[in-house]
Design a protein around this ligand. Structure first.
Ligand SMILES: *[C@@H]1O[C@H](CO)[C@@H](O)[C@H](O)[C@H]1NC(C)=O
Ligand SMILES: *[C@@H]1O[C@H](CO)[C@@H](O)[C@H](O)[C@H]1NC(C)=O
Ligand SMILES: *[C@@H]1O[C@H](CO)[C@@H](O)[C@H](O)[C@H]1NC(C)=O
Ligand SMILES: *[C@@H]1O[C@H](CO)[C@@H](O)[C@H](O)[C@H]1NC(C)=O
Ligand SMILES: *[C@@H]1O[C@H](CO)[C@@H](O)[C@H](O)[C@H]1NC(C)=O
Length: 685
């Protein structure tokens, strides 16, 4: 409640002062006849008028400052919208189009991993969010939108090694000790010596640290709307540094360091993203910024102040799988304990096992397999939860009016994987300054973001994709068909596009006006549902209109040509002069195939051709930490990994030799629980 009052403090304060001045007036009214009272009244009036002047002056300044952003609504109509649009190249428009369409979608943000936009976001009151850790954080911390995500941090231990896995683990500890000095060169290792330091036989590996409060899975309710968040698009929690996924955070960090030399750096942190969080929260506090939303596997946000915004509703010490099963302590399989271990290579000497030992080993293996399968379920649940967000994260809303983006501010590569807005170049410095000052002006002028006042542009991109993907894909397939004759291609295109053109062609052919069709079509698919107010509105609307206009133009052109060819053929069952059309058809074919290539819509691929089973998901791999490991765009980083498993490409990726990057395959795979179980059995750490 206190907090609600706090956010409304401005309005309640002015209400309070209004009341008190009314009260004063009442009292004054009774005695107005006396001169001294009249003089006092006059003075009071003067003071009031001076005060109100000052107020108006201040308010006026404020008003002027925010004028550009909120108080200049532009209503536009089908007949005058084009005068509002600003020029933007097709490629830049297409970047904007795909960015907008990808916002808050797991799959899309993985397929286009580098985001260069900051979007004001809000999450409604009473939404339940999660955090795993020891106690309620005193400072900024990470909050997950999915319980399955947090669960993986709540239960970080895995079951103790048993049976054959324990023998393997002992070998591993000696071959790859954490502390490299402990063991000498390979030949010196005595595999029979049990490394007590590593506590290989304990039931549960506990996290080191002095904290007294155990790690728990905590659920919280939002005490009020979080209405001043920043959403960072792309794979913004991938924890990379060389590639561009985290550049939107790096940009803020650089600028804050530059403009606030007084902020000290705090204690050294394990990961740079903690430094980012510390600085961004400190800088954002006077601007009312509550945190920022990122994508990992599922969405999370860095919340700058837990106590202000969250109320705990549940707190669970998550028991490890092992505690649910009524199992004895693991049996120590060591030389000391009478097991035939080969001290030279650390393997069990199978032939020397006694009948009893064989039985024990078999039982321990069975126990370990079942425990591992329970452990693997955490990862499976997390994967499924992430997969659910391929369609979006509906609990988070965006206010597009105040989007700040590098798109159309700088030259970006055709290939999203190569986007990089933060580097040492002068261009990058200018860009960083420009973006930072745009953000400051929006966040300092807008009290709270309100997605309901913004056109939901993503609904527009989705509508356009749903409508035009089948046309474009069908046309592409038709045009690329080597067996098909030109006339058959013309027939097919005429057939495909007839319904689209017919819908706009009033009294064909008498009043057939291509410009009119395009104008109507573009408006129909892109029109805003709220008055346009800001630079961002203009950028987005212009981008969507530019893309849609190009699609209409190309479709109409190829349809007109196809119709001409069709009509001539249908006159007497043949074309008199094939060659007459051959060149122009080839030209149009080329042009539309280029367009399809340039649009690069996610809807052109990234599906499973086969329907997945009940215990499977159609899997798009993600970047950064996940149950499927940690994947990097840079091929080199993968190739340099220590573990063999980490050097292998995870499912869903391919190695793009031309660019030297790891990328996501367009054909996706169904991935089942069994895959994760196998993987969990194979991994030692
Ligand atoms: C477009 O027309 C509407 C309705 O007539 C008008 O209110 C608006 O100001 C016009 N907008 C522009 C940008 O000309
Ligand atoms: C959550 O539970 C843990 C373990 O029972 C306990 O130590 C901790 O104090 C609890 N935290 C809160 C905020 O209640
Ligand atoms: C022990 O391991 C070494 C090295 O692999 C091997 O040469 C030797 O034959 C093994 N001893 C037994 C008894 O299996
Ligand atoms: C996109 O916009 C930027 C900034 O205006 C410009 O430098 C760049 O050339 C544009 N890209 C294309 C392909 O037009
Ligand atoms: C895109 O960038 C160009 C060049 O900087 C600029 O002239 C144009 O107005 C921008 N378009 C939009 C829609 O912001």
């Amino acid at each position: 409640m206190e907090l609600l009052n706090y956010t409304n403090s401005n309005s309640s304060e002015s209400e309070a002062s209004l009341l008190s001045s009314k009260d004063k007036k009442k009292k004054v009214n009774l005695k107005w006849r006396y001169l001294d009272v009249r003089v006092k009244l006059l003075i009071a009036l003067c003071v009031l008028s001076i005060l109100s002047n000052i107020l108006f002056f201040l308010f006026g300044l404020n008003f002027k400052r925010s004028f550009n952003y909120t108080d200049d609504p532009q209503s536009i109509t089908i007949s005058n919208y084009s005068s509002y649009l600003a020029p933007i190249s097709l490629l830049n428009s297409s970047f904007m189009f795909n960015s907008i369409n990808s916002f808050l979608k797991q799959k899309d943000c993985d397929v286009f991993p580098v985001g260069v936009s900051y979007v004001p976001a809000s999450i409604p009151k009473d939404t339940v969010v999660y955090h795993a850790g020891s106690g309620i954080p005193e400072s900024y911390e990470w909050v997950a939108m999915d319980v399955e995500f947090s669960m993986n941090f709540a239960e970080r231990s895995r079951s103790a090694f048993r049976g054959s896995a324990q023998v393997e683990h002992q070998r591993d500890l000696k071959l790859h000790p954490r502390d490299n000095k402990k063991y000498g060169p390979r030949e010196d290792i005595n595999f029979c010596e049990v490394s007590k330091d590593m506590e290989p036989f304990e039931m549960q590996r506990s996290k080191p640290g002095k904290e007294k409060v155990p790690t728990t899975l905590m659920s919280f309710r939002l005490k009020h709307d979080l209405d001043k968040l920043i959403y960072l698009d792309g794979a913004s929690a991938s924890k990379t540094s060389e590639t561009g996924e985290m550049d939107t955070q790096a940009l803020l960090y650089n600028q804050i360091k530059k403009t606030h030399p007084d902020f000290d750096d705090g204690s050294e942190k394990f990961m740079i993203e903690r430094d980012y969080a510390e600085k961004i929260c400190k800088w954002g506090e006077p601007l009312g910024i509550q945190g920022y939303v990122r994508l990992e596997l599922g969405f999370e946000f860095v919340l700058c102040d837990f106590n202000e915004h969250l109320e705990m509703i549940s707190n669970v010490s998550v028991a490890s799988a092992n505690k649910f099963l009524d199992l004895p302590e693991p049996i120590e399989i060591s030389k000391d304990n009478g097991w035939p271990i080969n001290c030279t290579d650390g393997f069990l000497i199978k032939e020397e096992l006694t009948a009893d030992q064989r039985k024990i080993l078999e039982l321990e293996d069975l126990r370990y397999n079942h425990l591992s399968s329970l452990d693997a379920m955490n990862g499976w649940e997390w994967l499924k939860a992430g997969n659910k967000h391929n369609k979006g994260e509906d609990k988070i809303n965006l206010d597009y009016r105040y989007l700040v983006s590098a798109i159309n501010k700088t030259e970006l590569d055709v290939d999203n994987y190569k986007w990089k807005i933060v580097d040492d170049s002068e261009d990058s410095k200018d860009l960083q300054n420009e973006i930072f000052s745009d953000l400051i002006s929006y966040y300092s002028n807008v009290q709270r973001f309100d997605p309901t006042k913004s056109t939901n542009w993503q609904l527009k991109t989705e509508g356009i994709m749903e409508k035009f993907t089948p046309y474009l894909k069908n046309i592409e397939q038709t045009l690329n068909d080597q067996e098909m004759l030109m006339i058959d291609k013309a027939f097919k295109i005429n057939q495909l596009l007839h319904p689209l053109i017919k819908r706009y062609a009033d009294q064909y052919p008498k009043k057939y006006d291509v410009d009119e069709i395009i104008n109507t079509g573009v408006w129909e698919y892109t029109h805003p549902t709220h008055d346009l107010q800001t630079k961002a509105d203009k950028l987005i609307f212009s981008s969507l209109a530019t893309v849609t206009k190009e699609i209409f133009t190309q479709l109409i052109t190829i349809h007109e040509l196809s119709l001409t060819i069709t009509n001539e053929y249908l006159k007497n069952g043949k074309l008199d002069d094939q060659n007459k059309y051959y060149m122009s058809f080839a030209k149009e074919q080329n042009s539309i195939l280029n367009l399809i290539n340039g649009l690069n819509w996610i809807s052109f691929g990234y599906e499973c051709s086969l329907k997945c089973g009940i215990d499977e998901i159609c899997f798009t791999p993600s970047w950064g930490p996940s149950p499927m490991g940690w994947n990097s765009i840079k091929e080199k980083e993968r190739e340099d990994q220590q573990n063999k498993e980490d050097r292998e490409l995870a499912p869903g990726f391919f190695s793009d030799e031309r660019s030297g990057l790891t990328k996501i395959k367009s054909e996706q795979v169904c991935l089942g629980l069994n895959y994760l179980l196998d993987r969990s059995m194979k991994r030692k750490f």
